[in-house]
Design a protein around this ligand. Structure first.
Ligand SMILES: [Zn+2]
Length: 338
């Protein structure tokens, strides 16, 4: 009886819901803003429109020529210099550290890479800009007692220089396998001094090294082959599951097609993460979830205190709702609904 009534009333109910929260840029940004806290505010800052204005004339029609995926991210501190340029170390160096029994944050001030320690070596997720390869990846691993020669896989979230900049050096020096989605291998091949094509990621792929299996999802939106991850972690032996949304930033240059892809993939990944019990947020830009401050809290943590990275399933869900609402905001603006 109850089911029948729900089905009967659903169309009416949906119409009321639509009237209450309009499909406009302003409404979607407000929906994101309502959920903001230190677990997601930086993600919203990079994914949501800064101001809501009517669609600019320059906004490309969907189906037009492909644009640089995601456009240049509006990243605090900038995307850094072009190939070859190395900024002064003070401008980017940050001290990494251990955040779980088996997870280490290798980080500049702006970007983070992650070392997953397994019984058979290391899975490295992202690699930072090339200029940080020695100080943050090689020396960063050594500082936490790990050997860069033990890196067996590098999984690259997407082929932008702030995440794949050190791949070539690491590939040439330590010969790990390198995994990207096919679409981002195409991006990577266009770089000035490209790294060698190795393994294609598949959607839902389980990558096992020793005692650890991470799951890789192909979630296009920020780029055509952005990867997102679920990573099992342990805190003093207690199991948790970390979620990384691999490409976050959007801009007025992101095509409608990519925005639609971003929205549907973030929704799909949200369901997967939720269903898998993900309760930890990690990211590849420090700003997303205030990661540098969180790392400092982790280092100062007393044994009796909770791990600052364990935020709970609800916060993981909110994070992925925030980025979806930001993308919906851009899409509505692009379709003339400020
Ligand atoms: Zn990017």
């Amino acid at each position: 009886m109850k089911m029948t009534r729900m089905v009967l009333f659903l169309p009416f109910f949906s119409a009321v819901m639509l009237a209450q929260s309009a499909d406009t840029g302003t409404a979607h940004k407000a929906a994101a803003t309502a959920l903001l806290n230190s677990n997601n505010a930086g993600a919203a800052h990079l994914a949501c429109p800064a101001t809501i204005v009517a669609a600019p004339a320059a906004n490309p029609p969907s189906g037009g020529p492909p644009l640089p995926a995601g456009g240049p991210p509006r990243v605090a501190g900038g995307r850094g210099p072009g190939p070859g340029a190395t900024p002064p170390r003070d401008a980017w160096y940050a001290e990494g550290g251990q955040v779980f029994d088996n997870l280490y944050m290798l980080t500049t001030k702006v970007n983070s890479a992650w070392a997953v320690k397994t019984s058979a070596g290391i899975i490295l997720i992202d690699t930072l800009y090339g200029y940080a390869a020695q100080d943050e990846i090689v020396d960063g691993l050594k500082k936490v007692g790990l050997d860069p020669a033990d890196v067996k896989y590098i999984v690259v979230s997407h082929a932008h220089g702030d995440h794949d900049g050190s791949v070539k050096f690491l590939q040439d020096t330590y010969h790990p396998h390198v995994i990207l989605a096919p679409k981002d291998w195409e991006l990577a091949a266009r770089q000035a001094n490209p790294y060698s094509h190795d393994m294609d990621a598949t959607d839902g792929e389980k990558l096992t090294l020793g005692d650890t299996t991470i799951t890789i999802y192909i979630t296009p939106g920020h780029t055509g082959g952005t990867l997102s991850f679920l990573v099992p972690v342990k805190d003093h032996g207690e199991p948790h599951l970390a979620m990384e949304w691999g490409g976050t930033a959007l801009s007025g240059n992101t095509s409608k097609e990519m925005l639609r892809s971003y929205i549907s993939n973030a929704g799909r990944f949200q369901d997967v993460a939720d269903g898998s019990g993900a309760d930890v947020i990690i990211g590849n830009h420090t700003e997303y979830n205030d990661a540098l401050a969180r790392l400092e809290r982790t280092k100062a943590r007393r044994p009796s205190e909770p791990n600052p990275w364990v935020v709970g399933k609800g916060e993981v869900r909110n994070y992925l709702t925030v980025v979806q609402e930001c993308a919906k905001s851009w899409l509505a603006i692009g379709e003339g609904r400020p």
